[in-house]
Design a protein around this ligand. Structure first.
Ligand code: NAP
Length: 245
Protein backbone atom coordinates (compact mmCIF):
# COMPACT_ATOMS: atom_id res chain seq x y z
CA UNK A 1 0.00 0.00 0.00
CA UNK A 2 1.51 3.42 -0.94
CA UNK A 3 2.34 5.66 2.04
CA UNK A 4 0.32 8.57 0.69
CA UNK A 5 -3.13 7.39 -0.30
CA UNK A 6 -5.95 9.21 -2.03
CA UNK A 7 -9.38 9.16 -0.42
CA UNK A 8 -12.95 10.26 -1.15
CA UNK A 9 -15.23 10.86 1.83
CA UNK A 10 -18.88 11.66 1.15
CA UNK A 11 -20.56 14.18 3.45
CA UNK A 12 -17.33 15.43 5.04
CA UNK A 13 -18.45 18.91 6.06
CA UNK A 14 -19.72 18.03 9.54
CA UNK A 15 -20.44 15.30 12.06
CA UNK A 16 -18.90 11.87 11.57
CA UNK A 17 -17.79 12.68 8.01
CA UNK A 18 -15.75 15.66 9.19
CA UNK A 19 -14.04 13.50 11.83
CA UNK A 20 -13.24 10.91 9.14
CA UNK A 21 -11.76 13.56 6.83
CA UNK A 22 -9.63 14.96 9.63
CA UNK A 23 -8.43 11.54 10.80
CA UNK A 24 -7.53 10.29 7.29
CA UNK A 25 -5.67 13.55 6.62
CA UNK A 26 -3.74 13.16 9.89
CA UNK A 27 -2.84 9.66 8.69
CA UNK A 28 -1.32 11.26 5.57
CA UNK A 29 -4.11 10.65 3.04
CA UNK A 30 -5.01 13.25 0.43
CA UNK A 31 -8.77 13.68 0.73
CA UNK A 32 -11.60 14.95 -1.44
CA UNK A 33 -14.90 15.36 0.40
CA UNK A 34 -18.29 16.61 -0.71
CA UNK A 35 -21.04 18.65 0.88
CA UNK A 36 -24.28 20.12 -0.41
CA UNK A 37 -25.35 23.32 1.36
CA UNK A 38 -22.80 23.53 4.14
CA UNK A 39 -20.33 25.82 2.37
CA UNK A 40 -19.16 27.53 5.57
CA UNK A 41 -18.81 24.22 7.40
CA UNK A 42 -16.81 22.78 4.49
CA UNK A 43 -14.52 25.82 4.49
CA UNK A 44 -13.94 25.34 8.23
CA UNK A 45 -12.90 21.69 7.66
CA UNK A 46 -10.47 22.79 4.96
CA UNK A 47 -9.02 25.48 7.24
CA UNK A 48 -8.55 23.03 10.14
CA UNK A 49 -6.97 20.30 8.00
CA UNK A 50 -4.60 22.67 6.19
CA UNK A 51 -3.58 24.29 9.49
CA UNK A 52 -2.53 20.79 10.53
CA UNK A 53 -0.49 20.33 7.33
CA UNK A 54 -3.00 18.04 5.62
CA UNK A 55 -4.19 17.94 2.00
CA UNK A 56 -7.91 18.28 1.43
CA UNK A 57 -10.23 19.43 -1.36
CA UNK A 58 -13.96 20.18 -0.93
CA UNK A 59 -16.45 19.55 -3.75
CA UNK A 60 -20.01 20.79 -3.76
CA UNK A 61 -22.10 17.87 -4.98
CA UNK A 62 -25.63 16.68 -4.24
CA UNK A 63 -25.62 12.88 -4.15
CA UNK A 64 -29.41 12.81 -4.52
CA UNK A 65 -28.96 13.91 -8.15
CA UNK A 66 -28.81 10.94 -10.52
CA UNK A 67 -25.39 11.95 -11.85
CA UNK A 68 -24.02 13.36 -8.57
CA UNK A 69 -22.06 10.28 -7.44
CA UNK A 70 -20.32 9.86 -10.79
CA UNK A 71 -19.45 13.57 -10.96
CA UNK A 72 -18.00 13.45 -7.45
CA UNK A 73 -15.86 10.40 -8.18
CA UNK A 74 -14.63 11.79 -11.51
CA UNK A 75 -13.77 15.11 -9.97
CA UNK A 76 -11.94 13.38 -7.08
CA UNK A 77 -9.94 11.20 -9.44
CA UNK A 78 -9.02 14.21 -11.57
CA UNK A 79 -7.92 16.19 -8.50
CA UNK A 80 -6.07 13.37 -6.75
CA UNK A 81 -4.74 11.37 -9.70
CA UNK A 82 -5.96 7.95 -8.50
CA UNK A 83 -8.21 6.45 -5.84
CA UNK A 84 -7.24 4.23 -2.90
CA UNK A 85 -9.95 4.82 -0.28
CA UNK A 86 -13.69 5.45 -0.56
CA UNK A 87 -15.74 6.22 2.53
CA UNK A 88 -19.50 6.40 1.93
CA UNK A 89 -20.67 8.48 4.88
CA UNK A 90 -23.27 11.00 3.60
CA UNK A 91 -26.83 10.14 4.51
CA UNK A 92 -30.25 11.60 5.24
CA UNK A 93 -32.29 10.67 8.28
CA UNK A 94 -35.86 12.02 7.96
CA UNK A 95 -38.07 12.70 10.97
CA UNK A 96 -39.61 9.47 12.27
CA UNK A 97 -42.92 8.53 10.64
CA UNK A 98 -44.87 5.31 10.25
CA UNK A 99 -44.87 3.70 6.81
CA UNK A 100 -48.52 4.66 6.38
CA UNK A 101 -47.65 8.32 6.95
CA UNK A 102 -44.41 8.43 4.93
CA UNK A 103 -44.50 10.35 1.67
CA UNK A 104 -43.11 8.07 -1.08
CA UNK A 105 -41.01 11.00 -2.30
CA UNK A 106 -39.23 11.08 1.06
CA UNK A 107 -38.58 7.34 0.76
CA UNK A 108 -37.13 7.88 -2.74
CA UNK A 109 -34.86 10.72 -1.59
CA UNK A 110 -33.53 8.73 1.38
CA UNK A 111 -32.82 5.73 -0.84
CA UNK A 112 -31.19 7.99 -3.46
CA UNK A 113 -28.65 9.44 -1.02
CA UNK A 114 -28.20 6.56 1.44
CA UNK A 115 -28.25 3.62 -0.98
CA UNK A 116 -28.18 4.52 -4.68
CA UNK A 117 -25.26 6.91 -4.25
CA UNK A 118 -23.39 4.19 -2.32
CA UNK A 119 -24.03 1.73 -5.16
CA UNK A 120 -22.85 4.30 -7.72
CA UNK A 121 -19.63 5.21 -5.92
CA UNK A 122 -18.80 1.54 -5.30
CA UNK A 123 -19.49 0.87 -8.98
CA UNK A 124 -17.10 3.66 -9.93
CA UNK A 125 -14.50 2.30 -7.52
CA UNK A 126 -14.93 -1.20 -8.94
CA UNK A 127 -13.99 0.21 -12.34
CA UNK A 128 -11.33 2.73 -11.33
CA UNK A 129 -9.91 2.19 -7.83
CA UNK A 130 -6.30 1.04 -7.60
CA UNK A 131 -5.67 -2.55 -6.49
CA UNK A 132 -5.28 -2.88 -2.72
CA UNK A 133 -7.88 -0.16 -2.13
CA UNK A 134 -10.30 0.22 0.76
CA UNK A 135 -14.04 0.87 0.76
CA UNK A 136 -15.80 1.67 4.03
CA UNK A 137 -19.55 2.26 4.08
CA UNK A 138 -21.29 3.86 7.05
CA UNK A 139 -24.40 1.93 8.02
CA UNK A 140 -26.29 2.26 11.30
CA UNK A 141 -26.73 0.25 14.48
CA UNK A 142 -30.46 0.26 13.91
CA UNK A 143 -30.36 -2.29 11.09
CA UNK A 144 -30.53 -4.76 14.01
CA UNK A 145 -33.96 -4.65 15.69
CA UNK A 146 -35.13 -1.43 13.96
CA UNK A 147 -37.95 0.33 15.77
CA UNK A 148 -41.14 1.75 14.25
CA UNK A 149 -40.96 5.05 12.34
CA UNK A 150 -37.63 4.60 10.60
CA UNK A 151 -38.55 2.37 7.66
CA UNK A 152 -36.89 4.39 4.90
CA UNK A 153 -33.67 4.97 6.85
CA UNK A 154 -33.33 1.41 8.16
CA UNK A 155 -34.14 -0.06 4.73
CA UNK A 156 -31.52 2.17 3.13
CA UNK A 157 -28.86 1.07 5.63
CA UNK A 158 -29.80 -2.62 5.43
CA UNK A 159 -29.14 -2.33 1.70
CA UNK A 160 -25.76 -0.71 2.41
CA UNK A 161 -24.72 -3.75 4.45
CA UNK A 162 -25.75 -6.06 1.60
CA UNK A 163 -23.83 -3.97 -0.94
CA UNK A 164 -20.82 -4.19 1.38
CA UNK A 165 -20.93 -7.98 1.63
CA UNK A 166 -21.35 -8.44 -2.12
CA UNK A 167 -18.72 -5.89 -3.17
CA UNK A 168 -16.25 -7.56 -0.79
CA UNK A 169 -16.68 -10.81 -2.68
CA UNK A 170 -16.50 -9.15 -6.10
CA UNK A 171 -13.40 -7.03 -5.41
CA UNK A 172 -11.36 -9.32 -3.16
CA UNK A 173 -9.28 -10.72 -6.01
CA UNK A 174 -7.80 -7.23 -6.47
CA UNK A 175 -6.94 -6.87 -2.80
CA UNK A 176 -9.69 -4.30 -2.32
CA UNK A 177 -11.43 -4.68 1.04
CA UNK A 178 -15.03 -3.58 1.60
CA UNK A 179 -16.45 -3.21 5.10
CA UNK A 180 -19.16 -1.25 6.85
CA UNK A 181 -19.24 0.52 10.20
CA UNK A 182 -22.50 0.81 12.13
CA UNK A 183 -22.41 3.71 14.57
CA UNK A 184 -24.69 3.80 17.57
CA UNK A 185 -26.06 7.14 18.77
CA UNK A 186 -23.30 9.62 17.93
CA UNK A 187 -23.42 13.26 18.91
CA UNK A 188 -24.05 15.09 15.62
CA UNK A 189 -26.63 17.39 14.06
CA UNK A 190 -28.35 14.34 12.56
CA UNK A 191 -28.79 12.71 15.97
CA UNK A 192 -29.91 15.90 17.75
CA UNK A 193 -32.28 16.72 14.86
CA UNK A 194 -34.02 13.34 14.99
CA UNK A 195 -34.24 12.81 18.78
CA UNK A 196 -35.45 14.87 21.76
CA UNK A 197 -33.02 15.17 24.72
CA UNK A 198 -34.99 12.65 26.82
CA UNK A 199 -34.62 9.99 24.10
CA UNK A 200 -30.86 10.57 24.08
CA UNK A 201 -30.73 10.24 27.88
CA UNK A 202 -32.52 6.90 27.56
CA UNK A 203 -30.00 5.70 24.97
CA UNK A 204 -27.10 6.69 27.24
CA UNK A 205 -28.75 4.74 30.05
CA UNK A 206 -28.83 1.59 27.90
CA UNK A 207 -25.26 1.97 26.61
CA UNK A 208 -22.66 -0.10 28.51
CA UNK A 209 -19.99 2.59 28.02
CA UNK A 210 -22.43 5.15 29.47
CA UNK A 211 -22.31 8.05 27.01
CA UNK A 212 -23.16 9.10 23.46
CA UNK A 213 -20.56 8.36 20.82
CA UNK A 214 -18.35 11.16 19.55
CA UNK A 215 -17.67 11.46 15.79
CA UNK A 216 -14.01 10.57 16.43
CA UNK A 217 -15.09 7.26 18.05
CA UNK A 218 -16.44 6.23 14.65
CA UNK A 219 -13.71 7.89 12.56
CA UNK A 220 -11.01 5.90 14.35
CA UNK A 221 -12.70 2.62 13.40
CA UNK A 222 -13.00 3.82 9.80
CA UNK A 223 -9.30 4.73 9.80
CA UNK A 224 -8.42 1.23 10.97
CA UNK A 225 -10.50 -0.37 8.21
CA UNK A 226 -9.00 2.06 5.66
CA UNK A 227 -5.46 1.24 6.71
CA UNK A 228 -2.87 -1.48 6.21
CA UNK A 229 -3.62 -3.18 9.55
CA UNK A 230 -7.09 -4.21 8.31
CA UNK A 231 -5.77 -5.92 5.17
CA UNK A 232 -7.27 -9.29 6.21
CA UNK A 233 -10.70 -7.90 7.13
CA UNK A 234 -13.34 -7.73 4.43
CA UNK A 235 -17.10 -8.14 4.08
CA UNK A 236 -17.60 -7.27 7.75
CA UNK A 237 -19.88 -4.89 9.60
CA UNK A 238 -18.25 -3.36 12.69
CA UNK A 239 -20.69 -2.05 15.28
CA UNK A 240 -19.21 1.09 16.90
CA UNK A 241 -21.93 1.54 19.51
CA UNK A 242 -20.34 1.72 22.96
CA UNK A 243 -21.66 -1.79 23.49
CA UNK A 244 -25.32 -1.05 22.76
CA UNK A 245 -26.71 -4.26 21.24
P1 NAP B 1 -24.86 14.77 9.63
O1 NAP B 1 -24.32 15.46 10.82
O2 NAP B 1 -26.29 15.01 9.25
O3 NAP B 1 -23.93 15.09 8.36
C1 NAP B 1 -24.33 14.62 7.09
C2 NAP B 1 -23.29 14.95 6.04
O4 NAP B 1 -23.78 14.45 4.77
C3 NAP B 1 -23.06 16.44 5.85
O5 NAP B 1 -21.72 16.67 5.48
C4 NAP B 1 -23.98 16.78 4.68
O6 NAP B 1 -23.52 17.91 3.91
C5 NAP B 1 -23.88 15.52 3.82
N1 NAP B 1 -25.05 15.33 2.99
C6 NAP B 1 -26.35 15.34 3.38
N2 NAP B 1 -27.16 15.18 2.31
C7 NAP B 1 -26.35 15.06 1.24
C8 NAP B 1 -26.59 14.89 -0.16
N3 NAP B 1 -27.82 14.84 -0.68
N4 NAP B 1 -25.52 14.81 -0.98
C9 NAP B 1 -24.28 14.90 -0.48
N5 NAP B 1 -23.97 15.08 0.81
C10 NAP B 1 -25.01 15.16 1.66
O7 NAP B 1 -24.75 13.18 9.77
P2 NAP B 1 -23.91 12.27 10.82
O8 NAP B 1 -24.70 12.12 12.05
O9 NAP B 1 -22.51 12.75 10.88
O10 NAP B 1 -23.98 10.87 10.06
C11 NAP B 1 -22.93 10.40 9.23
C12 NAP B 1 -23.20 8.95 8.87
O11 NAP B 1 -23.35 8.16 10.07
C13 NAP B 1 -24.51 8.75 8.11
O12 NAP B 1 -24.34 7.70 7.16
C14 NAP B 1 -25.49 8.31 9.18
O13 NAP B 1 -26.57 7.56 8.64
C15 NAP B 1 -24.58 7.46 10.06
N6 NAP B 1 -25.07 7.28 11.42
C16 NAP B 1 -25.13 8.33 12.28
C17 NAP B 1 -25.57 8.12 13.59
C18 NAP B 1 -25.64 9.23 14.59
O14 NAP B 1 -26.11 8.97 15.71
N7 NAP B 1 -25.19 10.43 14.28
C19 NAP B 1 -25.97 6.83 13.99
C20 NAP B 1 -25.90 5.79 13.07
C21 NAP B 1 -25.44 6.02 11.79
P3 NAP B 1 -24.37 19.32 3.93
O15 NAP B 1 -24.42 19.78 5.34
O16 NAP B 1 -23.64 20.24 3.03
O17 NAP B 1 -25.74 18.95 3.42
Amino acid sequence: MPTSRNAVVTGGSRGIGRAIVERLCRDGAHVVFNYTTGEAAAAEVVRAVRADGGTVHPVRCDLAEPDGPRRLMESAEETLGGLDILVNNAALCPSPSAIADTDPEVFDEVLAVNTRAVFMTIRYAALRMRDGGRIVNISSANTVRPGPGIAAYAASKGAVEQLTAIAARELGARGITVNSVSPGATDTEMLRGANPPEALEAVVGMTPLGRLGEPADVADVVAFLAGHDARWVTGQNVRATGGLA
